[in-house]
Design a protein around this ligand. Structure first.
Ligand code: PBG
Length: 325
């Protein structure tokens, strides 16, 4: 036999030498949830993940930073009284979200803060866009709400704003608004190929942000489509995105590869709440070895072409990786 592929797998040393992809803590972005008040509350469908009050979050992030986590994606949960149909609270400079961004940047200045630009946590109807009386999404009327939100977050100190709403034209609108308000160094991580997925269920529990009526299928993508993701990527690149993202992650590795092959900016993957819940639940039942399946899953994102991975596993993974030789 001339070809014996097993020769390159004979020992740990040769396997390490020929390994094509290596997950490091620098690839990870840790999504975290903020809420009003003190302390922390575990999210029922995401064991090990909490909604934190401001002070508790700061303490948790200090630990995360020590473990090597250098980037977070911040999400906020608000009580119903703070929600309305125009997401007005989202541009309040004294809002909880803006206060939190300022505190993180003053106490952990090296921590990269990525903020979420979408109406749903602030919206009384739970949608990412403005609705008319017939329940239709008003794309263009939503854009100024998103740009005000993005500018307010940049003003508070966000390093990167991440529009997760899937309105057409929002990356260009946000870029223009950031530049006009002097925030030329604030980056844009575009949720480029965000699918209408049932894997977001636990996240919507966490933020109480499920749509009160209808679904998100007129703006989030059809899970059956691949070519359409390329179209979205071309638009976001042309509109000035600094990073593009595919979401969810594991069921969409083919889309990550597709975009990684054509993108001139780094591609991120969002290993979403439902993906976290699956592995965690199986592990808690003793059905899967948690550490092994998590590392295998996150390495799969790198193999598919993702440069960055947003994952709720990040905090635990950072502990394992820094402990690893
Ligand atoms: C909404 C948003 C969602 C997630 C991130 N931003 C949910 C949705 O679109 O309904 C989901 C993240 C996850 O499931 O982990 N703007």
């Amino acid at each position: 036999m001339i070809q014996r592929p097993r020769r390159n797998r004979r020992s740990a040393a040769i396997r390490a030498l020929v390994r094509e992809n290596q997950l490091t803590v620098h690839d990870l972005i840790y999504p975290v949830f903020l809420q009003e008040g003190r302390g922390q509350i575990e999210i029922a469908s995401m064991p090990g993940i909490y909604r934190y009050g401001l002070d508790a979050l700061l303490t948790h992030l200090a630990t995360a930073y020590e473990r090597g986590i250098q980037a977070i994606a911040l999400f906020v949960a608000l009580p119903d009284q703070k929600k309305d149909d125009r997401a007005s609270e989202s541009k309040n400079p004294q809002g909880l979200y803006q206060q939190c961004i300022r505190r993180i940047k003053s106490e952990l200045p090296e921590m990269l803060v990525i903020t979420d630009v979408a109406m749903d946590p602030y919206s009384s109807d739970g949608h990412d866009g403005l609705l008319n009386a017939d329940g239709e999404i008003l794309n263009d009327a939503t854009l100024p709400i998103l740009t005000d939100m993005a500018v307010s977050q940049a003003q508070a100190g966000a390093d990167i704003v991440a529009p997760s709403d899937m309105m057409d034209g929002r990356v260009a609108a946000i870029r223009l608004a950031l530049d006009h308000s002097g925030h030329t160094n604030t980056g844009i991580l575009a949720y480029t190929a965000k699918y209408a997925s049932a894997f977001y269920g636990p996240f919507r529990d966490a933020l109480d942000s499920a749509p009160r009526s209808g679904d998100k299928k007129t703006y989030q993508m059809d899970p059956a489509n691949r070519i359409e993701a390329v179209r979205e990527a071309e638009l976001d690149l042309a509109e000035g995105a600094d990073l593009i993202m595919v979401k969810p992650g594991l069921p969409y590795l083919d889309v990550i590869r597709e975009l990684a092959d054509i993108s001139t900016v780094p591609v991120a993957a969002y290993n979403v709440s439902g993906e976290y819940a699956m592995l965690k639940a199986a592990a808690l039942n003793g059905w899967l070895d948690y550490r092994s399946v998590v590392l295998e899953s996150l390495t799969a994102f790198k193999r598919a072409g993702a440069s960055l991975v947003l994952s709720y596993h990040s905090f635990e993974v950072a502990g394992w990786l820094s402990a690893r030789d």
